[in-house]
Design a protein around this ligand. Structure first.
Ligand code: SF4
Length: 378
């Protein structure tokens, strides 16, 4: 398939691996965080860590939109869905994220709440059009990639005069999360660079990371999600570190520009404004890190319309998702990984979403350690 197969070429991957090995200086280590769950998924699926020299370490970041949503917001969605007049439309992943007191949207649905799984914002609009007697709420989550479709749904709702459609807004922003990780020395995470997000950067542009790179002296290489994209980005990062540079480079030039998508950014700016603070799983409350509807669109805001309260809620204390999302731990550091916590029975959000680090390790890496040990023994 064009634009896919050529980025999965094994021979080229081995050539890039050799170039990284030649460039990486043996007397030092390199620690790079891939921000996106999509990159974590690619690294696990294609076994990229096995191609890297032992002194090049990949640290998984918080870029999985389902994973970073805190328990309190899932609880609020459950409460919303239990209102008799409400139909809550949500992406399937969110259904299984554990909420407080053993609850989840899936369990709320089983108890009778009207919760529908949708594939897009437009599906939610169709529900609102087809059922004018219901209050249809779209559970809007995600980074800068998924905010423009929510903005478009709002525009369509305005154009079609849909008075029974609103959104429960949980859209979050990438640069403040990267900043929080860099500003948090107590986490002890050592970083020498970021593999910058792919889809997010198609919207906000590679330029959105220049301030971070300058301020924290961190190289950033925006990279696509195919294995050769990631390998090339790692090579570019190693080269920057060796040269003492800390620039934003764009590996994903087939999709990402410096400025991003002006139309998408304008649509988002029309409907949304910054929230002063928003809670992230693992990162806590971060200033200016999320969006809410502008006051003039309050009629589309489910939080205003239904008086939604977000009450304090705690993560399952046995779940290490918070540390994993900050890059402090890896999935295998969690005692529940693969035993009490699996994709069929997830104990935390990182095992639910396919972009979550725990799900990626489970799907592609749960036999790897065993195989390595067997090979070492043989
Ligand atoms: S394995 Fe499960 S319980 Fe452990 S950190 Fe991952 S999601 Fe949480």
């Amino acid at each position: 398939m064009k634009y896919v197969d050529e980025y999965r070429d094994g021979e080229l991957a081995r050539t890039l691996a050799a170039a990284i090995a030649a460039e990486a200086r043996p007397e030092r280590d390199y620690h790079f965080m891939e921000f996106c769950g999509g990159h974590t998924h690619a690294i696990s699926r294609y076994g990229l860590e096995d191609l890297l020299p032992a002194n090049v370490h990949m640290i998984h970041g918080p870029g999985c939109p389902v994973c970073v949503l805190p328990v309190a917001r899932i609880d609020a969605a459950v409460e919303l869905a239990r209102r008799p007049e409400v139909t809550l439309c949500t992406y399937a992943d969110l259904m299984r994220v554990p909420a407080s007191r053993g609850m989840s949207l899936m369990k709320a649905k089983a108890e009778g709440a009207d919760i529908r799984m949708v594939y897009s914002t437009l599906d939610a609009l169709r529900v609102a059009e087809a059922e004018p007697g219901r209050e249809v709420v779209f559970f809007a989550i995600g980074f800068e990639t998924t905010t423009p479709p929510t903005a478009l749904a709002l525009r369509f709702a305005e154009e079609r005069g849909l008075n029974n459609f609103s959104i429960f807004c949980n859209h979050v922003l990438t640069p403040p999360a990267a900043r929080a990780i860099l500003e948090s020395p107590e986490s002890g995470v050592r970083l020498e660079g970021f593999v910058g997000p792919a889809h997010v950067s198609t919207v906000i542009g590679a330029g959105a990371f220049r301030q971070l790179a300058r301020e924290f002296k961190q190289p950033v290489v925006v990279a696509g999600f195919e294995p050769l994209d990631v390998m090339q980005a790692i090579l570019m990062l190693v080269e920057q570190v060796n040269a003492g540079r800390h620039e934003v480079e764009n590996q994903y030039i087939r999709a990402v520009t410096e400025e991003g998508n002006a139309k998408a950014k304008a649509a988002v700016a029309h409907y949304f404004e910054l929230r002063e603070r928003f809670e992230w799983r693992g990162l806590g409350f971060l200033p200016d890190s999320a969006l809410r509807l502008r006051p003039e669109f309050a009629h589309f805001d489910a939080e205003t319309r239904f008086g939604v309260e977000t009450k304090e809620a705690k993560d399952n204390p046995a779940c290490e998702c918070g540390d994993i999302l900050r890059g402090v731990k890896k999935p295998r550091d969690c005692k529940l990984f693969g035993t009490l916590c699996t994709p069929d029975a997830p104990m935390g959000s990182c095992m639910v979403s396919s972009e979550g680090a725990c799900a990626a390790y489970w799907t592609y890496g749960r036999f790897r350690e065993k195989t390595r040990k067997q090979e070492a023994a043989a």
